[in-house]
Write a protein that binds this ligand. Structure first.
Ligand code: TYM
Length: 324
């Protein structure tokens, strides 16, 4: 089985990225062939400052390695280091129906708000389809918001196979875990950079605590019993804790006498403990930029080798590169 996933360097990674995706990347790297990449070509549709983008890409690589992505097991690379991706994107684009892309949420949301969308945003899901099928990937670990794009991928890849009458591409499956499909942000809505409700993984303890303290709760007085279910603080705490720890905090909610501030403090401590090792590893990696670059280069080399094979198959199927 080949696992593949990508993540956009459009800001610092947050808990939604971690629990929805990165933790799965790490869990799957041990037993499966895994390819993970930093989607810098996708990020170009939102980040318009070269220095900012370069900084986010660098941070993304360091963060992923610090969080436990192991380059001995998984390949990590930059999307833009694999020129086979844009080439395959074009082949797929010629078979992608407009109505499929018109339904995709990033474009649709922008259009509904009356904002001008560019061709990059509109065709973004085709680039994503190429990302996935270029390596014969079977499984794509993602959060719920990416499932629609994987459906587009299956549609386009299936159409290519059908039109050219060959099983050129493997059709991938999304892998979404129920418990982490949609991690809530500080306002209880889906955690997302575009909603400004994220809790970053790496920040100063002071700023992280402040973020956690800003999570929206209802106005039940301290002494009253509270319902843990539906409280964003408790939902987030569940991600960091064992069933026994969850039961313990749930009992304190129900008993009354505990304010939300205390629950938030418990969440803060659990998060700091969970990420303590990653913070240390991050500091070491930051001091060794060439080590990080070597990982990305080796990852790109391996990705290109596999990608070339699949791209050649696709070129041949549609009549390109046939020499007399
Ligand atoms: P991106 O960069 O927005 O998000 C990266 C991953 O984090 C997940 N995620 C969440 N999961 C649960 N709850 C949340 N609140 C939450 N917020 C983010 C996303 O579902 C995703 O898995 N288009 C992709 C990047 C991409 C890609 C690919 C992914 C490009 N090519 C090929 C898979 C395969 C994106 O924008 O993800």
């Amino acid at each position: 089985m080949r696992v593949l996933s990508g993540i956009q360097p459009t800001g610092r990674f947050h808990w939604g990225n971690y629990f929805g995706a990165i933790r799965q990347y790490i869990a799957l790297q041990e037993n499966e062939q895994a390819f993970y990449f930093i989607a810098d070509l996708h990020a170009l549709t939102t980040i318009r400052s070269a220095d900012e983008l370069a900084g986010f890409v660098r941070d993304a690589a360091i963060d992923l390695l610090a969080l436990g992505l192991n380059p001995e097991q998984a390949r990590l690379f930059r999307q833009s280091d694999v020129p086979e991706i844009p080439e395959l994107t074009w082949l797929l684009m010629t078979l992608t129906q407009m109505h499929l892309l018109e339904k995709c949420h990033a474009y649709k949301d922008k259009k509904e708000k009356g904002l001008a969308a560019d061709a990059g945003l509109f065709t973004y899901p085709v680039l994503m389809a190429a990302d996935i099928i270029l390596y014969d990937s079977n499984v794509v670990p993602v959060g719920l918001d990416q499932v629609q794009h994987i459906e587009v991928t299956r549609d386009v890849a299936g159409r290519f196979n059908h039109v050219y009458g060959q099983e050129v591409f493997v059709l991938p499956e999304a892998r979404v875990l129920d418990a982490t499909a949609k991690v809530p942000g500080t306002d209880g809505e889906k955690m997302s950079k575009s909603y400004g409700n994220t809790i970053p993984i790496f920040d100063t303890p002071k700023r992280l605590r402040k973020k956690i303290m800003s999570i929206k709760t209802d106005s039940t007085p301290v002494e009253d019993p509270k319902d843990p279910d539906g409280c964003a603080v408790f939902t987030l705490y569940k991600l960091f804790s064992t069933p026994e720890q969850q039961e313990e905090l749930a009992a304190r909610y129900r008993a009354g006498g505990m304010g939300y501030g205390e629950a938030k403090q418990t969440l803060y401590e659990a998060a700091m403990e969970h990420f303590a090792e990653a913070f240390e590893r991050r500091a070491q990696l930051e001091a060794n930029p060439s080590e990080v670059e070597d990982v990305l280069q080796a990852g790109a080399k391996a990705a290109r080798e596999k990608g070339r094979e699949v791209l050649d198959r696709a070129r041949h199927a549609c009549g390109l590169s046939r020499r007399p």
